[in-house]
Design a protein around this ligand. Structure first.
Ligand code: ADP
Ligand code: MG
Length: 707
């Protein structure tokens, strides 16, 4: 090793992965003469796709496979081998990896299954071959995986057993699941979107999704990346890598598993409201990835990303030669947050001179069905010049009485200048040869064409979403001055792990971190309750406090608005008789009526940090489920986004004459919570419900913290 290891460096450098993605020679260990076997299909695919390097089938018995000379072992191959496919029963894999190491093979794709996905024996085998691979510096792709594809004409490496033979292009795919990877590849193929690299790495025991993404990031030929995953094994490494890659090129991504099955039934709100694993999506958001919930939309959008520049804003100019589809597109564009601004006087004057008399001059510019190449051209030129337009949406129906090729050529000429992004809703009959020609002109000219206005508008919407992602600067987390030694003493004296802190510790901890709480006392007897209430000042709230009382008000353990000593005495006595818990105490608190009840919360995520929650609180929180999450540490920008992204965000401003709340104090509480859990990763769960927010301030009036 030369020099220090940079923590931000990916585990495997792009250069090291060249042996996987750009192999000059490939051995197929487990090559087979049986047509219906993986060891045969891979050779067939390599040949069919026109692999430019050397293929070495390895088989102890066969002299040749698919007409290619075979070798009994890799040691019988004279030349160097860059990459080996391993397609033999799992129990033989550790020995074969040893052989690969000795032969100096740099990367292996282990297609065989029967490893970590297959119980203890498989786990042991995976560990065994991985140890050997490490010893020799062999990089492992898989096991239990498909492989990789490099469409570059210089390589044409189809190291995979699938059946789609993609055209070279600029979109690279990485998918944990081979099934999803394969259909994304097929979908790109059907949409005639060229592909650059493909990788599906199964168990991903060595070369990870992050390593592949890093490789794609460094690759000049990759203009956009599609990522599909079901979760992340090393989220922090992933975040480091994609933060960097996402700055250079768009990463369109999708994570499945949105249903409730994975949700754990946690006692506290935050745990159960977080539901399924949402942390992966929060990572996508934090690191600037473009997340999709619909795989088709993601593939469609990739066509625009691989051909178009990113718009500088949300203002769209529309050119159409038919009415209705432009209306549909407008609806979709607007719901994607885009605007269709009026054109300048200058633009209108030019259009008046260049368009047909029956054309509608405005935005949309309706060049009408009889409009030809020159009319589309002048409209395009005007929009490209127009300062208040960031992107162009074209609705192009192939009217049979016009020279559609001429229209297409004009669109292509303007598109080639890459001034502003263009997407086209192309309406035609592709079974007619004449229009196939038109379509080909557009396609060869890199104009993303769609067959539905909504689809085209969604693709443009995705480009705009990426513009926002790129320009979103969440800033750095603030560090508030806090009483760390006080917090240390509370946390370190808590010896029982997996327990909730006692109420007094909870409120002391919050105060140590500058989180405002309603004045409180924790006492043991009815008499002390009365004394405490007098100290705090009436009216007060009295809460039964015992480890067994989770949702206190459900069990009649909360009495609000106690106005005098008698009230306190009566209620405390009642509660004492009712609960009869040996650890029962009384929690007396200042009554703070009339605030907006909000919720703040935290739940720890293994290997990642904490999810921070904010939303509408109170006793209906589970019913309303109006909460949002971010990943700690939360910055001021993110805290603001949390307030503005709940459904009932308008409630925070006050409705129908009500006063709004002090948002600044709420965002500060969120950030202080974030700082607290970042300082103390051992905090497992935290619930501040409600946080009572008023016009001038906000206070926590109920809190639980689990260490
Ligand atoms: P739990 O969540 O265990 O049922 P809380 O302490 O959150 O108990 O109290 C339940 C409800 O009582 C709160 O949602 C709020 O409406 C009200 N409440 C509790 N404490 C106060 C207080 N100090 N001031 C005003 N209202 C309060
Ligand atoms: Mg509560």
């Amino acid at each position: 090793m030369n020099g220090a290891v940079n923590m931000n460096d990916p585990k495997i450098s792009a250069k090291e992965l060249d042996s996987l993605f750009k192999p000059k020679s490939i051995a197929i260990i487990g090559a087979s003469s049986k047509d219906l076997s993986i060891g045969n299909v891979i050779i067939k695919n390599l040949v069919h796709y026109g692999y430019t390097g050397k293929i070495y089938p390895i088989n102890p018995k066969e002299p040749e496979i698919r007409g290619i000379k075979a070798y009994p072992t890799i040691f019988d191959v004279e030349g160097e081998i860059d990459l080996a496919h391993v397609i033999i029963p799992s129990k033989f894999v550790p020995q074969i990896i040893e052989d690969c190491g000795k032969k100096g093979i740099k990367s292996v794709i282990i297609n065989s299954a029967g490893f970590s996905e297959n119980g203890d024996e498989g786990i042991a085998l995976q560990k065994a071959f991985l140890d050997t691979a490490k010893k020799y510096g062999v990089r492992v792709f898989g096991p239990n995986c498909q492989g990789i594809i490099n469409t570059d004409p210089q390589y044409k490496a189809y190291c995979d057993f699938t059946f789609t033979f993609p055209e070279p292009g600029a979109v690279s795919i990485v998918a944990l699941s081979g099934g999803v990877g394969a259909f994304i590849m097929q979908s790109l193929f059907d949409l005639e979107i060229g592909m650059r690299y493909y990788a599906s790495n199964g168990n991903a025991c060595d070369i990870s999704i992050s390593d592949v993404l890093n490789y794609y990031g460094e690759d000049e030929g990759t203009k956009a990346i599609i990522l599909y995953t079901e979760g992340l094994s090393n989220p922090l490494e992933f975040m480091e890598v994609v933060k960097r890659v996402a700055k250079k090129k768009p990463i369109l991504c999708m994570k499945s598993g949105r249903t409730e099955e994975g949700s754990k039934a946690a006692a506290s709100h935050t745990g159960s409201l977080a539901g399924v694993d949402i942390s992966t999506e929060l990572i996508f958001e934090k690191t600037g990835l473009l997340s999709f919930t619909n795989e088709e939309e993601m593939c469609q959008a990739s066509m625009a990303f691989s051909t178009q520049p990113i718009p500088k804003g949300n203002r769209v100019g529309i050119i159409t030669n038919t009415g209705g589809p432009a209306v549909i597109a407008t609806d979709e564009l607007v719901s994607a947050g885009m605007q269709i601004p009026a054109l300048s006087e200058r633009a209108i004057n030019i259009l008046k001179q260049t368009q047909l008399p029956e054309a509608t001059i405005g935005n949309p510019i309706d060049v009408v069905a009889t409009g030809g190449g020159s009319h589309f051209r002048s409209a395009l030129d005007v929009l490209m010049d127009e300062e208040t337009i960031d992107s162009v949406f074209i609705n192009f129906v192939t009217a049979p009485f016009t020279d559609t090729d001429e229209v297409a050529r004009n669109i292509v000429e303007v598109n080639a200048k890459r001034i502003k992004p263009i997407v086209c809703n192309f309406m035609t009959n592709m079974s007619l040869e004449r229009f196939q020609v038109t379509a080909k002109i557009l396609k060869d000219g890199g104009v993303p064409c769609y067959s539905f206005p909504t689809t085209a508008a969604k693709a443009l919407g995705a480009l705009y979403r990426y513009h926002k992602v790129q320009n979103r600067n969440i800033g750095e987390p603030k560090t508030f001055s806090v009483d760390k030694s006080k917090a240390d003493s509370i946390i370190s004296t808590n010896k029982n792990i997996d327990t909730f802190l006692s109420s007094d510790k909870v409120y002391e901890l919050l105060s140590a971190y500058g989180i405002p709480v309603a004045d409180w006392r924790l006492v043991n007897s009815v008499d002390d309750a009365i004394k405490a209430a007098k100290e705090i000042g009436f009216p007060v709230v009295l809460k039964a406090d015992a480890a067994s009382l989770v949702h206190k008000s459900d069990m009649g353990g909360v009495a609000i608005n106690l106005k005098n000593e008698d009230d306190v005495k009566r209620v405390a006595t009642e509660m004492k008789n009712k609960f009869n818990a040996s650890d029962l105490k009384f929690f007396i608190q200042k009554f703070m009526p009339g605030g907006r009840e909000l919720i703040g919360g935290v739940s720890a995520k293994k290997d990642l940090g904490h999810l921070i929650m904010f939303g509408i609180g109170g006793i209906y929180v589970e019913v309303l489920k109006d909460v949002v999450f971010k990943l700690s540490p939360v910055t001021q920008v993110e805290a603001n986004e949390m307030l503005s992204s709940i459904k009932a965000t308008k409630l925070l401003d006050g409705v129908r004459g009500e006063k709004g709340i002090n948002k600044k104090s709420v965002t500060e509480i969120i950030q202080r919570i974030s700082q607290l859990v970042t300082d103390y990763p051992q905090i497992q769960e935290m619930d501040l419900n409600p946080i009572m927010a008023f016009e001038d301030k906000a206070f926590v009036v109920d809190a639980r913290i689990k260490i």
